[in-house]
Design a protein around this ligand. Structure first.
Ligand code: MSP
Length: 629
């Protein structure tokens, strides 16, 4: 890492078939943190994100919405762009795979790979998962479904074009072995190597016959190019449309592709092989992080357990959300996410530790120095320890972030937060003001410097709040540079202005679903009114506790044509284990609500309260989905 060096980093190009969720936020926020940190260190960063807009999944989503695919993606890309703005994502380029410059890039690479003898025609006979846009063979399937998303798959039999991935197998193994940091973390590297070494490497089908929503295959109009071949090349389009482009020359190859573990094979085997075949340089690193799960399951729209980033932001702000995702679990591992966990983390670290430190410190400058920063007197052991700590923290944070260890970097920064709070507790500025004004000067000058350093170190993680704190500190731009962390800046002519808490405390309360049935019962209703209720037999297929909520259980209930996510306040009287398999009565046409950020679609019927609550259960084996009349 040298000042002025280029650094190209990317997030996946997300499918815009549905609204963005926390999973998408995760990769993008992590990438943003790295981009900001490297920029602060003087590197020439080029940060790319974007959208994957072709393929069957998009075409079907457009059809379901009754829209032309182009119109659909033009609309659906907007919420992504808005969310990135609201989360302060500092990307340099947003690439869309339907943008006109991208098409010739894909066709050119296709030609290059073909001219290199790596593309041939053959018959494809196998399965296709539309959701994952993946070709699958019979023995890949899991109980007849896609092994990754568990959805049903379609059988395809058609003449197609294939990419000779098998031919690149030995080269890939050797390349990965010679470049130990190419695939990270280590466990993912081993996963890819083991698949390459021990499993059959099939050639990859890279066309779709008579499927118009894609890049046309050069010289054969009957076909479009497979969406993954198209999408991966979006990374190069973003870096300059054409290999001779100055931006491409400057930035390619990518220094870091940040991805989730679901798309490891595409990035770590197919992508390097395609680039190799096309004679283009291979990226330096691909890092695959883990998944956020809700109640033990991957968060995904189809399971109805996605957390809406805007619901979270409403509670803890964009920076609270950014902080949680980067602080909660080691980057690379899976982690469980819940509204309560976010609030607890926010209250403990941001409202209490960090927020309090600023909130206690800033008024001191007004109270004792009319808003200015005093000149320090001689240092005691406390201040010497602080000066030393700053140096250690900076070096350690640099080391951690170079390895994408966000959690560890934040824990290190918290040493300065803890120092600041203990410093105030032990020095008691309010007593010093009466007894030792010179010492008060020294303490406040070092306190100010600590806050300044924190606002620099935390800017990549929580940019908007740190911007605000820098303003309140009256810090000039030259006092906000990464390399100034170890210096002692006592802020001459700074004007400190306290303000309201930047991280106000949130109440940690348990919400009980108090949906519907709040209207008072009584009075007669007509048969028509009753008929409006869609009561159905539902079978509980899964039950888990909602983390941090004593009374709530998250249920997955089969109601015939679908499996619904449903939150119920029945934990005091039922254990999750005893519920699975039970047939219950569900009000199926209740509007979905969000409880603790999880969608609950429907309601079960029960009588009683708390420990003496009984579920309405069917005493005969009526199939799930059956209407109750
Ligand atoms: N379009 C492809 C990527 C093409 S890249 C050339 C795609 N898109 S996606 O919209 O499905 O996004 C997948 C990515 O979203 C994952 O790799 C990960 O970065 C993020 N996540 C989606 N769900 C996630 C979780 N539940 N948890 C963490 N991240 C997840 O695949």
């Amino acid at each position: 890492m040298v000042s002025g060096e280029k650094f190209l980093l990317t997030t996946p190009l997300y499918y815009v078939n549905a609204l963005p969720h926390m999973g998408h936020c995760y990769t993008t926020i992590a990438a943003d943190c790295i981009a900001r940190w490297r920029r602060k260190r003087g590197e020439d960063v080029y940060f790319v994100t974007g959208s994957d807009e072709h393929g069957q999944k998009l075409a079907e989503a457009a059809k379901n919405a009754g829209k032309d695919p182009q119109q659909f993606v033009d609309e659906m890309v907007l919420p992504f762009q808005k969310l990135w703005k609201d989360l302060h994502i500092s990307y340099d380029y947003f690439v869309r795979t339907t943008q006109p410059e991208h098409i010739p890039v894909v066709q050119e690479v296709f030609r290059r790979v073909r001219d290199n003898g790596d593309i041939y025609q053959g018959r494809y006979s196998g399965w296709y998962c539309v959701f994952c846009e993946t070709f699958l063979m019979e023995n890949d399937l899991l109980e007849g479904n896609c092994p990754s998303c568990r959805r049903p798959v379609n059988f395809i039999q058609e003449e197609n074009y294939f990419f000779r991935l098998s031919r690149h197998r030995n080269w890939l193994i050797q390349y990965i072995q010679e470049h130990p940091s190419l695939i990270q973390p280590e466990s993912r590297r081993n996963e890819v190597l083991s698949r390459l070494e021990n499993q059959e490497i099939r050639d990859l089908c890279i066309s779709r016959k008579k499927f118009p929503w894609g890049v046309a295959l050069p010289d054969d109009e009957e076909y479009s190019i497979y969406v993954w071949f198209d999408a991966l090349l979006g990374y190069t389009t973003a870096s300059g449309n054409g290999w001779a482009h100055a931006r491409f020359q400057r930035y390619w190859p990518a220094d870091l592709h940040l991805i989730g573990k679901d798309i490891l094979w595409f990035h770590c085997a197919i992508w390097p092989a395609v680039l190799h075949s096309a004679g283009l340089p291979i990226p330096h690193q691909i890092f695959a992080h883990g998944f956020w799960t809700v109640g033990g399951e991957k968060m995904s729209k189809s399971k109805g357990n996605v957390l809406d980033p805007y619901d979270v932001m409403k509670e803890i702000g964009a920076d609270g959300l950014r902080y949680f995702l980067l602080r909660e679990i080691p980057f690379g591992l899976d982690g469980s996410i819940s509204f309560d966990a976010m609030i607890s983390r926010y209250n403990a670290d941001l409202a209490n530790d960090l927020g309090n430190l600023f909130h206690r410190s800033l008024p001191l400058f007004q109270r004792y120095f009319k808003g200015s920063v005093p000149v320090s007197g001689p240092r005691s052991a406390q201040e010497n320890a602080f000066m030393e700590l700053k140096g250690v923290v900076r070096t350690t944070v640099d080391e951690h972030l170079a390895q994408l260890k966000f959690k560890e970097a934040l824990e290190t920064i918290w040493k300065l937060v803890d120092f600041g709070n203990k410093y105030i507790d032990s020095e008691k500025p309010w007593d010093l003001a009466k007894q030792n004004p010179e010492r008060l000067n020294t303490v406040c000058a070092h306190l100010w410097d600590n806050l300044r350093v924190l606002s620099i170190l935390l800017e990549p993680f929580m940019p908007a709040t740190m911007e605000e704190l820098k303003k309140r500190l009256g810090a000039k731009p030259e006092w906000a540079k990464w390399e100034s962390i170890e210096e002692f800046v006592s802020g001459p002519d700074a004007l400190v202005t306290p303000g309201p808490p930047v991280f106000p405390r949130k109440e940690e309360k348990e919400e009980i679903p108090e949906v519907a049935l709040q209207a008072e019962a009584g009075g007669e209703i007509s048969i028509e009114e009753f008929a409006k209720m869609d009561l159905r037999v539902g079978q509980i297929v899964q039950a888990t506790r909602v983390p941090g909520a004593d009374k709530l259980l998250a249920l997955r209930v089969n109601i015939g044509e679908e499996v619904r996510s449903l939150i119920a306040g029945i934990a005091p009287s039922y254990s999750p284990e005893e519920l699975v398999g039970k047939k219950i009565v569900v009000v199926a046409n209740l509007q979905p609500v969000k409880i603790r950020g999880i969608v609950s679609h429907g309601m079960l019927l029960a009588a009683g309260e708390k420990e003496v609550l009984g579920l309405v259960i069917l005493d005969r084996d009526v199939p799930p989905g059956t209407k109750i009349r």
